[in-house]
Design a protein around this ligand. Structure first.
Ligand SMILES: [Zn+2]
Length: 256
């Protein structure tokens, strides 16, 4: 054992801050003269600092952990053998303290790792909910866009059914009506749209004749303002239209 090896264990204790008394004085005296041991002490202190740092951070640095554990284990192996340099009776207490410090490090590192994992899980779950909320908002925005096209799908085996769609704003008396798949009419007949109020007689709401594809429309017919509509209806009338229905409705609205 050369002079440096003699001090190796004490350097590890010094790095962990658990070397005191006469042994500390002796090691420090040697350190003043020995650059190699000063270098080794710096490395050991770096390991201890990394361990302390990692207790508040992510993963323990495996290399530092191994080096310090090896230093402690090396001391434990040599302990029973006769020693050139006699140790004070409390030397064992120093190693117990060092072991306790190390145990504390690794406990903190592990607890920290578990906490970090839980925080990551919570963050991931929160991000997922946030994403769903954003998607829902985007969906609502898209569906309420004025430019959105609306399609009604029916069974392909069913022949196309006549269909009308009325959008009515009572407070301004504004009406837009679109019809599709309407049967063709003889020249002397026409379709008439009626606003059926909650109270009172049907109000004429426009005439339309379907095109070759069966589509027709009534846009902003003259209507009184502020009449609440119970529904809308379509009758077949003479081609000049009627002030009141002269036949049973062929189509009647339901609120969509
Ligand atoms: Zn030395």
């Amino acid at each position: 054992m050369n002079a440096h090896e003699q001090f190796a264990d004490d350097l590890a204790l010094l790095a962990l801050g658990t070397l005191d008394g006469a042994e500390r004085v002796r090691v420090e005296a040697h350190l003043r003269e020995c650059a190699a041991c000063r270098g080794e002490l710096e490395r050991l202190r770096g390991d201890a600092a990394l361990l302390a740092f990692s207790a508040g951070g992510a993963r323990p640095p495996a290399r530092s952990r191994e080096r310090l554990l090896a230093a402690v284990a090396g001391e434990a192996r040599r302990a029973p053998a006769p020693r050139v340099r006699r140790r004070a009776w409390w030397s064992g207490l120093q190693w117990a303290a060092a072991a306790a410090v190390l145990a504390m490090f690794f406990l903190l590192v592990r607890q920290n790792g578990e906490l970090k994992q839980r925080v990551d899980q919570l963050a991931a779950s929160s991000a997922s909910e946030q994403q769903q909320l954003i998607q829902a908002r985007q969906l609502i925005t898209a569906l309420s866009d004025a430019d959105a096209d609306h399609f009604v799908l029916v069974s392909s085996k069913t022949p196309p059914q006549p269909q009308g769609r009325a959008i009515y704003l009572a407070k301004s008396g504004t009406l837009v009506f679109l019809a599709s798949n309407m049967p063709a009419l003889p020249p002397e007949k026409i379709y008439e749209l009626w606003l059926i109020p909650a109270n009172g007689a049907p109000i004429p709401a426009g005439l339309f004749r379907p095109n070759a594809e069966g589509s027709g429309s009534v846009v902003r017919p003259p209507l009184p303002v502020g009449v609440e509509a119970k529904t809308f209806a379509i009758t077949v009338e003479p081609k000049e239209g009627s002030p009141a229905p002269t036949s049973q409705p062929i189509m009647l609205g339901t609120r969509g």
